[in-house]
Ligand binder design. Structure first.
Ligand code: AHR
Length: 635
């Protein structure tokens, strides 16, 4: 018997969970899945990132400068951009280059900007080519602007035609003759294309759809390192991420750029709601990336803050923070079954942070959350293989660890049985990141998921899923990358301003295949072969008429002969049908990847209906480096 089987997987919505961690890295949030098109929309800044007019350009002789007015737009947004008119005639103003361009199509864009300064006339909001200055669409926005007050201007803009490429800008211009005092002050300049499921302040459709196509079940947020912040006074404070955009000060990102906080807690909750995802909410636990640890005597406010955050997510609409959520448009509590205490505590602050985590931070957060929310499953941000060998307390039986394997494919395969005899964990972040032994790209991190890495990941995914009584789910990380900012590791999806660049990596195909064939219970398996080069696990999905599912991968780096596979599900009679899907890389290069720039895609998917033979077995062959699922639910 190769796995005990019969276990209720059940923890994430009663299906084994495939999903991803999200944090803003690689411009995956701002300039990524968050659909805002204007870069530097509110002149936000922080200790690490200074305020500037970056990404704006003057139009027709205007001059642009940052002002910190006595009466700013809001306390959260103290800086704004002054647009002083030039000497020329004709409309003047500014344009914004977006996040490395803007996709302009014949669709409705929704925009707004705030202005202060006396102006009689109209503003013109336009989308135009940065190369030819061709205007694809523009709209007149009558001025409401007055001398002493900030006024918001909103507009819809539908271009008359699609732009041929994404090298486009958005401009706001106005007539200098109508301006008193020679200048106007602008802030919170925003432009959204249509968004995923039509959400205001929502997600970019092509990226969200590519994620949703994977059929994910779980989302862990917000980070990752982003949650921790660089220092103890610059962590990701959820309160700064909710409410009207003008009340959000932005966030000193930990990945080299200032962030808007436009993709905030409410947006994460709506994202998970719109994709039907179970949530793992990570709460800040008094540790920053520089190793700063909050002393025990100062911790209570942060515990209270975590409790308030949880109440915001899942408290009733008449609770203090549930009321706030209701005011923001969601009276119904969101479901919240999993809370993680911090992120990678064993790593970021070791040894100070780790000791503090084990000795007081984890226990204090755990006790407080359990007392208020006994049904919430608490997750520790460490694994049994991390320093000090374990999650930080000898209790609690119901606590899960969090394991983050970023590995070479061989190492992922070696870990197939990693969880056969261990306590429960989530695999809160994982990816094959390095080539085996540095045989290509000199052992550096790979630029894109590559085929042998994807198959190595598939082996470890099977290893996790067959232990799913204790390993409820696995999260890919980092999940998204804007091609204009590559940070440390490969991603599941790549994109740029032009949606044609949005590319599902080879890994996406394996995760998607497994996620599309969920199970509610594992099944015990017997075999006359041992694991390697073929690895497998089996399960049943009670929600699909007890469909029997076999998942397998052949990880053979040296022998190209086909592996004969015979799968016999107990109780399956001759003639029963099953759907076999096999993923291969016909080109054979283990380093091949899906290339966003050439459009080359290397994964071949074949789907066949098989019939159980007279002995009740499904027989097929799998080539070297391949991944397969056999599922008796043939629809
Ligand atoms: O996924 C990128 C980073 O890897 C995460 O922010 C962190 O948790 C891990 O070390």
């Amino acid at each position: 018997v190769q796995n005990s089987g019969g276990n209720l997987t059940g923890q994430f919505g009663f299906k084994y969970g495939y999903g991803f961690l999200h944090e803003d890295i690689n411009n995956s949030g701002d300039g990524g899945i968050y659909a805002e098109l204007i870069q530097n929309r509110a002149f936000q800044y922080s200790r690490s990132f200074s305020v500037s007019t970056a990404h704006y350009f003057p139009v027709n002789g205007a001059s642009l400068s940052i002002q910190e007015l006595e009466e700013p737009l809001s306390k959260a947004l103290p800086a704004s951009m002054r647009v002083a008119v030039g000497n020329g005639t004709g409309k003047t103003g500014f344009k914004n280059e977006g996040y490395w361009g803007m996709d302009v199509r014949q669709q409705k864009y929704t925009g707004s900007f705030w202005v202060k300064g006396a102006y009689e006339g109209t503003f013109v909001a336009s989308l135009e080519s940065n190369l030819t200055s061709e205007v694809f669409g523009s709209v007149d926005v009558p001025s409401k602007s007055v001398a002493d007050e900030w006024t918001e201007h909103t507009f819809d803009l539908t271009p008359e035609k699609d732009a041929p490429n994404s090298n486009n800008t958005f401009s706001v211009t106005f007539d200098p003759a109508g301006v008193s005092g020679g200048a106007l002050d602008f802030n919170l300049i925003s432009l959204f294309p249509p968004t995923y499921k039509g959400r205001k302040n929502g997600l970019r459709i092509d990226i969200a759809e590519a994620l949703a196509d994977m059929n994910p079940h779980v989302l862990r947020f917000p980070g990752g390192n982003m949650l921790e912040g660089l220092t103890n006074d610059t962590y990701w404070d959820w309160k700064n991420s909710i409410g009207p955009l003008k009340e959000r000060p932005g966030f000193q990102g930990v990945w080299g750029y200032q962030q808007t906080n436009g993709l905030g807690l409410m947006e994460y909750l709506e994202w998970s709601e719109d994709m039907g995802l179970e949530r793992v909410l990570a709460v800040w636990a008094g540790l920053a990336l520089n190793g700063d640890t909050t002393p025990e005597e100062d911790l209570q406010p942060f515990i209270d803050d975590a409790l308030n955050e949880i109440e915001f997510v899942c408290g009733p609409a008449d609770s203090p923070w549930g009321k706030r959520r209701a005011e923001l448009g969601h009276p119904e509590p969101f479901t919240l079954n999993y809370v993680e205490i911090g992120n990678e505590d064993w790593l970021a602050g070791y040894p100070g942070g780790w000791d503090a985590y084990r000795n007081y931070r984890f226990p204090l957060f755990y006790e407080a959350i359990k007392a208020a929310y006994p049904d919430i499953q608490i997750i520790s941000s460490s694994a049994t293989t991390d320093p000090e060998n374990g999650i930080p307390m000898d209790y609690p039986e119901d606590a899960l660890g969090d394991y983050h394997p970023y590995r070479e494919p061989n190492a992922l395969v070696d870990e197939f049985d990693r969880f056969d005899n261990d306590i429960g964990h989530i695999i809160g972040e994982m990816a094959a990141t390095h080539p085996n032994g540095g045989t290509k790209w000199q052992g550096q991190l790979m630029p894109y998921p590559w085929w042998i890495g994807a198959v190595g990941e598939a082996v470890s995914l099977i290893g996790y899923e067959r232990n799913s009584d204790r390993i409820p789910g696995t999260f890919y990380a980092p999940v998204l990358k804007n091609e204009n900012r590559f940070q440390w590791s490969i991603t599941l999806l790549q994109f740029a301003a032009d949606p044609k660049m949005t590319t599902k990596a080879v890994t996406w195909y394996c995760w998607s295949l497994f996620a599309h064939h969920p199970i509610t219970h594992t099944l015990p398996t017997l075999s006359n072969s041992s694991y390697g080069p073929t690895y497998w696990g089996a399960g049943v999905d009670e929600t699909r008429n007890n469909a029997m599912v076999w998942k397998g991968a052949v990880y053979n780096t040296t022998n190209s002969s086909y592996v004969p596979v015979s799968v016999h599900f107990q109780g399956v009679t001759p003639g029963t049908k099953a759907n076999l899907t096999v993923l291969t890389n016909p080109g054979g290069d283990p380093f091949a990847y899906n290339d966003p720039f050439t459009g080359v895609k290397i994964v071949n998917t074949t789907t066949t209906i098989l019939e159980a033979d007279f002995g009740g077995a499904f027989k097929f062959v799998m080539p070297q480096l391949s991944v397969a699922v056999l599922d008796t639910d043939v629809g």
